[in-house]
Design a protein around this ligand. Structure first.
Ligand code: GTP
Ligand code: MG
Length: 574
């Protein structure tokens, strides 16, 4: 409980954060505390868990089902920025009660409108017309992506836009640095960054709506299919503007749970056979990718990347501005998403630290949106989780501990890999660790600045460093497919950069010159300090620091860091 109070007592911003923090505090009051994460007694079935919220936390499974259902009752409408909101809503409500709506901008102005009932969507689509374009032909594919036109009377062109658009992108880094520099503690800076970067309620709804629109295309072949978002869109670590990873789930069709009668007559479908599950996935994605390309309104730049380890269709969905990756038969990634979500829900410091480290890594080009030898956000998140498992006492449990807490309904084996772990958060005892975010961030940098990457592997299943089973510069064991290394792509240059940046950032966070707030006058540009300093390019942050380094005797910690650097270089030479 103390740990939750420590974090919730931080600078609070807005009602949303207050409610969230109060929920966390209430959760803490209902859950017992222990120094170790140990098994609790009760077991609930998956069904029970889905139906109710446990301690104010929803399982990812329940959250997804709720969002999917909302999305099915929603439409996406392109409209003019000068649209009269009142008139617009009055016009649409002829089809039924509107439950929620919001506007946003992305290559034009759009409205997401959620009706109370699905019949209203059918009625609205019934009344919509096919565009009459004289010089072009259109594919007559009707979807829930519509355009509003205002013929005749209409709103005056001089009328100022009255629409309040919801932001869909994060604040630019320079602005973020200024805003952070106005905060009064590093803990407040970290909380601010997390709140500024996380997905908004509206952005999250839009992600599910895009999945639902895509499902309408795939349903032409597979009526019972579901398209679910996974990865950072739903794992709690998504930043505004992150890509939309989607999973085409055909389990509803394949009827994995349908039992054949033991005797008597029965019928089964005749189905085309293929050599392997991989080739089935490839042909499904190939056909759906083609449909998205040829018929999908707003879908552009479709690429079929079918020979990748995990085949996918990549495209841009223009109306939402999302870069989309559609995969199929990717159930392990879905499990990783569920695991990351669970860790993020366990302790508010997890999300704060992951957001901060991801933002820091992006600011220094440690991660990139282009595939390459860089550390990925997924690997980086696993590194943060591992660090939190190594604290004393640990802040989060190991994956093996989560597996030991699982009930029968949690059992999951995918392609021979044990993916079982508890889904009921109330079975997990809170950690008694009360370290502040500032301390954790600094210790994170120190931890990886001195980690023996040359010999050791990161393993969140055991929560312990292990001997590296292969020669890759960075070895992070895949939590579920344990023979795989999630950071196989990372080369020595990128790892060295990461380590050097960790050393530099740990150092900066320990210096009184950079770790204390600089007073600023209202209206003036504040001097960067604390978290803002480590987000700046190092040559900018380093100007004063290098002078100071010469004047001040190095602290024991920094001496240690230099020592480890020296050792590393000696190892390389020998
Ligand atoms: P960003 O898109 O960078 O914001 O983060 P992300 O977490 O969504 O990562 P990404 O889009 O690269 O991958 C989507 C999801 O696929 C991740 O969240 C993981 O669940 C899973 N994933 C990605 N890379 C790996 C990997 O190397 N191994 C495993 N097992 N899963 C991965
Ligand atoms: Mg992603």
């Amino acid at each position: 409980m103390a740990s939750s109070f420590a974090v919730c007592g931080l600078h609070l911003r807005g009602r949303g954060s207050l409610v969230k923090c109060l929920q966390k505090v209430e959760t803490s009051l209902h859950r017992s505390i222990g120094t170790n994460v140990v098994a609790a007694q009760t077991e609930a079935t998956r069904k029970d868990e889905d139906e109710k919220e446990k301690d104010g936390h929803k399982s990812l499974y329940a959250l997804q089902a709720e969002r999917q259902e909302q999305a099915e009752r929603s439409v996406l409408i392109s409209c003019h920025s000068r649209t009269n909101e009142k008139k617009f809503l009055k016009y649409l409500s002829r089809h039924g009660e509107i439950k929620k709506h919001f506007f946003y901008e992305s290559y034009g102005t759009y409205a997401v409108v959620e009706f109370a009932n699905q019949e209203s969507v059918a009625s609205l689509l019934e009344g919509a017309a096919i565009p009459s374009i004289s010089h072009e032909c259109t594919v007559p594919f009707k979807s829930r992506l519509l355009s509003l036109s205002n013929l005749g009377s209409g709103d005056s062109p001089n009328q100022k836009s009255g629409l309040q658009c919801q932001p869909q992108t994060t604040v630019p880094i320079n602005e973020l640095i200024q805003r952070l520099s106005r905060e009064e503690s590093i803990d407040q800076q970290i909380t601010f960054l997390t709140e500024a970067y996380q997905l908004t309620e509206e952005n999250s709804r839009l992600r599910f709506l895009v999945c639902s629109l895509l499902k309408d295309i795939a349903a032409a072949y597979f009526p019972e299919c579901i398209i679910k978002p996974f990865g950072s869109s739903v794992n709690g670590f998504g930043k505004l503007g992150c890509d939309l990873d989607m999973f085409l789930d055909l389990d509803g069709i394949s009827g994995r749970n349908v039992k054949m009668p033991k005797s008597g007559l029965s019928l089964e479908y005749q189905m085309k056979r293929a050599n392997s599950e991989r080739s089935v996935t490839q042909s499904i994605l190939s056909v759906i990718g083609e449909c998205v390309d040829q018929f999908g309104p707003g879908c552009v730049g479709v690429q079929k990347i079918l020979n990748a380890r995990c085949p996918l269709v990549r495209f841009a969905h223009q109306p939402s501005g999302f870069q989309c990756d559609l995969t199929a038969n990717n159930r392990v990634a879905m499990k990783s998403t569920e695991l990351l979500y669970l860790y993020g829900e366990l302790d508010p410091r997890v999300r704060c630290l992951v957001f901060t480290v991801r933002c820091w890594a992006r600011a220094h080009g440690v991660t990139s949106s282009i595939p390459g030898a860089w550390i990925t956000n997924f690997s980086l998140t696993v590194m943060v989780l591992f660090f939190l498992q190594r604290r004393s006492p640990p802040i989060i449990p190991t994956l093996d501990q989560l597996r030991d807490l699982a009930g029968p309904a949690d059992k999951s084996v995918i392609e021979g890999n044990d993916c079982t772990f508890v889904s009921d958060l109330s079975k997990i005892q809170l950690s008694s660790n009360t370290e502040t975010l500032e301390r954790l961030l600094c210790e994170f940098f120190e931890f990886y600045a001195t980690f023996t990457f040359s010999r050791r592997s990161i393993n969140i299943r055991k929560g312990k460093e292990q001997n590296k089973p292969e020669v890759a510069p960075l070895h992070i064991q895949n939590p579920f497919e344990t023979s795989l290394n999630v950071s196989k792509n990372v080369n020595a240059t990128q790892l060295d950069r990461f380590v050097a940046l960790c050393q530099e950032s740990a150092w900066l966070l320990q210096q009184s010159e950079t770790n204390t707030p600089k007073g600023h006058r209202e209206g003036n540009t504040p001097t960067p300090w604390g978290l803002a300093t480590i987000l700046l390019p190092l040559h900018v942050a380093g100007v004063k620091i290098s002078k100071k380094r010469r004047r001040e005797p190095a602290s024991d910690r920094i001496k240690g860091l230099l020592e480890s650097l020296k050792n590393k270089n000696q190892q390389k030479v020998s």
